[in-house]
Design a protein. Sequence first.
Length: 179
Amino acid sequence: MWIGYYAGLVEAMPHLSVCMPGITFNNRLEIHGSKHTAELITFEGAHTGSDTVLHLPRKGIIFMSDLFFLGYHPYLADGDPHQLLKSLEELSQLDATCFVPGHGSVGTLDDLKVFIEYIDYCLDTAQTLVKEGSDYEDRIAELKVAESYKHWQLPQFFQANIRFLCQRLTSASGDKSIH
């Protein structure tokens, strides 16, 4: 799956140079143009250590980067699923009708809500498996993707997500809750 990506990096490497940012910001940055305003909003630890989205308030558009996947299973182990949920909930409250994902076609607020439901579903599934006993690995292998998400691409990430969440849950010191 990643061969083309890494081949592209190897090919581009001789032409790349490190450039330090000309502008940095914490949390939010508004950019005012003659006709439009854009807002950059950061979310630490949601998908990566530092995710940034671009919100065009007058257009009702949010460019979500990898905080949102439409029609794809995300890989939840790249970040903190709780922080991701918090970030997605916050973004769903903005006045937007168009959500441009990092993967998939352009979506609506309803699509974003389905994505949030998927993450909750994964968290609930892991919680149930861990509560049923420490031997969850065999049960993960038997899990089927729920009908609502069965048509999504990258289905191999579903079991990987559940495994990650179960491991995270069992390694949490004393706290047996991931909600």
